[in-house]
Design a protein around this ligand. Sequence first.
Ligand SMILES: Nc1ncnc2c1ncn2[C@@H]1O[C@H](COP(=O)(O)OP(=O)(O)OP(=O)(O)O)[C@@H](O)[C@H]1O
Ligand SMILES: [Mg+2]
Length: 238
Amino acid sequence: MLEAREISWIKDHKAILHNIDFHLFPGECVGLIGPNGSGKSSLLKILAFLETPTSGSLYFQGQSVPRNVTLSIRRRIAIVFQEPLLLNTRVFENVAIGLKIRSLPKGEIRDRVDFWLEQFGVGHLSKQLARSLSGGEAQRVSLARAFALEPDVLFLDEPFSALDAPTKEGLRNDLGQVFKSTKTTTVLVSHDFKDISHLTNRALILLNGQVMAEGSPSELLKEPQKEEVERFLAHFSS
Ligand SMILES: Nc1ncnc2c1ncn2[C@@H]1O[C@H](COP(=O)(O)OP(=O)(O)OP(=O)(O)O)[C@@H](O)[C@H]1O
Ligand SMILES: [Mg+2]
């Protein structure tokens, strides 16, 4: 579905990512985990075509991705960031906007928006102004907006990190249910191993812009592969 080969990214004379190989098969959720500044968001932005790598190649659905990514490729992915980026309109409009841009029929837009708001437990907020939502509600709306696009690949960059613990746990469970039923192909960035072990089949551990380990969450914990990885994972083993 998506593959990156030997990706490096140098920005302002700083090496941010070094020689990264990555692949994503249809239906899997792959995690990117690492400490602050390890390059998780940078890699996610490159994989989601928001930044261009200095060297290396990207392949999307078997095709080499050109440097100037076409709109038709961009429209097949969706991204959710840590801070929900909502427009100052009603919740319904926020979720509908991407579908309007894609010229879907009005009836289908209504059905899809209603369905996805319900899936994330915020159907009752449809008419509320997005600005007046709580942080947890806003992030649920952002996720509904991304899923409503039915993207081929979904990118989630720390979607829970602005939420308090119980809110986070509720949303993580709901997202897990949605993954189970939709099998949406996803890249999930988190610095919390609990998110990774709940939601992903496989994860890559990034340290200093390099992939230091890769495997299923349980394999990573059992066999950390390198001393630096063991040190990083030790934070989560209590
Ligand atoms: N556009 C940019 N220009 C210059 N440096 C950048 C740019 N984007 C990221 N960096 C640098 O790259 C490094 C990795 O940043 P990145 O945001 O990818 O880390 P992260 O793992 O997502 O961290 P966090 O957990 O804090 O979100 C940091 O040192 C950051 O300052
Ligand atoms: Mg980040």
